[in-house]
Design a protein around this ligand. Structure first.
Ligand SMILES: Cc1cc2nc3c(=O)[nH]c(=O)nc-3n(C[C@H](O)[C@H](O)[C@H](O)COP(=O)(O)OP(=O)(O)OC[C@H]3O[C@@H](n4cnc5c(N)ncnc54)[C@H](O)[C@@H]3O)c2cc1C
Length: 452
């Protein structure tokens, strides 16, 4: 019975009946075993060498590097530290962006394109892994490998060709997995083989952020939550940082607000598109079911535009699955229904599995699909991770800090990927619901183009 239902869903015939607890928790599963940071400042200091706005991976990584260099650092967050995407994400860590090498060459020239590839595929992941190791961050980090399911044969063939080209440029540890061998990795026939990125890993995002936050605080950074920054203006050689708690004088300021950038900062707001991503976590599965669905114990993503990504929780007992349920704010119950349906489409074996958590967060997309480090009116920013960031946000936070310190080691090709805007993007990303409807059309086309 499960099998027939699964086939119907795999053909794109709808999401079927939803099985979830009356109301899954709307907070991230990761927040369950991740205590709130308890080293916060009692109040707002009057001065700091550097004010970092946003206590996510970018801000905490930057603060750690700055504090270690001896600078006095104040990290402010509008909500509790770590409130943003950094503790809400899927916990997959790896590299690479969706732009092809040819597209990068066209936009940035060959030399920069090659550096972008190397930094995104290799350097950022190596840096994040070394930071976890050096700071002894206990965040369930493990190199699981990532299986990227190919939607149809044409895509499989194109990906294999692209991999051959990539191998000539960057030393990557990636292989193709033909459909005939796919069942070793995943208990699903939905995909037409896959790409295996052996060096990619997984971690517990809540513990990772907490580890960086604690390391920054231990190095001397001051951290204060519930303190929205409302304005940054020049004053003499430095800046005046206005917050709801008062004013701080700073020599330098770093904006690290990514998908949570507020309209108080119109220059950045017009360049960051806050695309929502949605995630669910299931009840605990039996060991037999776990063996059945994820024999390879990998991180899993796919090439279709739904962009489902899924994995086991670090204790190996639950499935955590995310994807495009909408691109902007939608009722969480609707997101739960869509994601449960996608979960059962991929794994018909989970048709009776209950959902315990369902939550959302904002990614920060740029028009170029690449992140950027730079300055506007003397204020630094590092943002625009466009859907990923566990490796890149830690890396670019560090690079931004080095740039602020005037250290040549801060050199990165991501200063050459300027944040673009469009005349029609002002205060609100009004176009996201329309973009979602267009994607729904491509979802239909993709369902038809899948090899049976
Ligand atoms: C649902 C979801 C799943 C994802 N899955 C993955 C994944 O599996 N792997 C991966 O690599 N990446 C993933 N990502 C992307 C990744 O989480 C982000 O790229 C990364 O966390 C960005 O970190 P950040 O520090 O730049 O921003 P955030 O962690 O979003 O932090 C920004 C902070 O700025 C604060 N802020 C905003 N405005 C102000 C202000 N005016 N004053 C003070 N504070 C302010 C916010 O409160 C927030 O805490 C996912 C993202 C989402 C949303």
């Amino acid at each position: 019975m499960f099998h027939q239902q699964g086939l119907a869903q795999a053909r794109g015939l709808g999401h079927g009946k939803v099985t979830h607890l009356p109301s899954p928790k709307s907070t991230p599963y990761w927040w369950e075993d991740c205590p709130a940071f308890d080293g916060q400042e009692p109040g707002l200091p009057e001065t700091a060498d550097v004010v970092v706005v946003g206590a996510g991976l970018t801000g905490c990584s930057a603060a750690l590097t700055l504090a270690k260099s001896g600078a006095s650092v104040l990290v402010l967050d509008a909500e509790r530290p770590g409130y943003g995407a950094s503790t809400r994400n899927g916990g997959m860590i790896g590299g690479g962006y969706r732009l092809t090498y040819q597209e990068m060459i066209q936009k940035y020239g060959q030399e920069t394109a090659l550096r972008l590839l190397t930094e995104s595929h290799v350097d950022s992941l190596e840096f994040a892994a070394s930071r976890i190791r050096d700071e002894a961050i206990d965040c369930d980090y493990h190199t699981y490998g990532r299986f990227r399911g190919q939607w149809n044969k044409a895509e499989y063939d194109a990906t294999a060709r692209g991999l051959d080209d990539l191998r000539k440029l960057v030393d990557v540890n990636i292989d193709m997995v033909p459909k005939s061998q796919q069942r070793r990795e995943i208990g699903s026939d939905l995909y037409h083989g896959g790409m295996m990125l052996h060096d990619h890993g997984g971690l517990h995002p809540g513990k990772y952020l907490n580890g960086l936050l604690n390391a920054a605080a231990k190095a001397g950074a001051k951290v204060l939550g519930e303190t929205p920054v409302t304005k940054v203006s020049r004053q003499g050689d430095g800046f005046l940082v206005e917050t709801t708690r008062g004013v701080v004088k700073a020599t330098q300021v770093l904006m690290a607000t990514n998908g949570y950038t507020s309209p108080d900062f119109p220059h950045l707001k017009r360049r960051m598109i806050p695309v929502s991503s949605f995630l669910i976590a299931s009840e605990e599965l039996s060991p037999e079911l776990v063996d059945d669905i994820m024999p390879g114990r990998r991180m899993y993503v796919e090439t279709r535009h739904r962009h489902c990504y899924f994995r086991l929780s670090p204790d190996g007992k639950r499935i955590v699955l995310g994807g495009r349920a909408g691109m902007s704010k939608i009722p969480q119950s609707h997101a739960t229904r869509v994601l449960s349906g996608l979960m059962r489409q991929i794994f018909p074996q989970l048709s009776a599995t209950k959902i315990t958590h369902s939550w959302t967060g904002h990614t920060g997309f740029t028009f170029s699909f690449l992140p950027h480090i730079g300055q506007f009116d003397g204020i630094w920013h590092a943002m625009g991770y466009s859907g990923s960031g566990n490796a890149m946000a830690s890396y670019l936070g560090h690079k931004a800090a080095l740039n602020m310190l005037g250290d040549k080691a801060g050199d990165t090709a991501f200063t050459k990927t300027p944040l673009e805007t469009r005349f029609w993007y002002r205060k609100r990303a009004w176009f996201l619901p329309f973009a979602h409807q267009m994607y729904r059309l491509s979802d239909l086309r993709e369902n038809l183009s899948r090899d049976r």
